[in-house]
Design a protein around this ligand. Sequence first.
Ligand code: AMP
Length: 222
Amino acid sequence: MPRKSKPNRECAEPSLTFAALGLSESVLRAVEAAGYREPTPIQAQAIPLILEGRDIIGIAQTGTGKTAAFTLPVVDRLIAGPRRTRVLILTPTRELCVQVEESVRNYARFAELAVAPVYGGVPLEPQQTALRAGVDVVVATPGRMIDHLERQNVVFDDLEVLVLDEADRMLDMGFAPQINRIVAQIPPYRQTLLFSATMPPEVEALARRYLRKPEVVQIGLR
Ligand code: AMP
């Protein structure tokens, strides 16, 4: 799956290193292996806040480096923790689900983390087997996630971080009821990160409902 254009550097901050953002050693090694020399603006702004445990609204298009902006600090948080499902990333489409899952795998390559992609249009059983074996991170489209929750293939009792990626697209695709059902199964004391290219009133309402004192990180025009 081709991965779009280069990150947008129009509003680059004074040059900053990934190490200065507070990421740990094994994540920094993965960043180096990926060939990234410096954080993009959204990464420079979002990563320290996410590492602090803040809720975030990231208004950023694809191509800004937004995936790494949430994936790197999330992987950082999982390192050395117990093997439990601690992170759920919801994405609108199967394609994005696969891309985000690849990013997580890539940035977790020096950490021992298990990741399961969960999307529709393919048999349920292999995903069920992966989930039941125990994973640290689930990357899912909302409809298929509900199927697995109904079968109790995974429980979110220990979930620490919820990421809503491309929230505007998820709402456009009519996933609001599924998102609500999924979030109802996640402990309220969690970190929630919402990324969206646009901020229509529906996305603002979603953010108001699920985020706590979010910091808004915005790249490009609103
Ligand atoms: P995204 O906005 O998440 O779709 O990312 C766009 C592309 O930028 C992906 O191919 C990433 O691998 C790449 N990328 C992300 N962060 C950086 C960085 N700091 N330096 C160079 N490329 C990056």
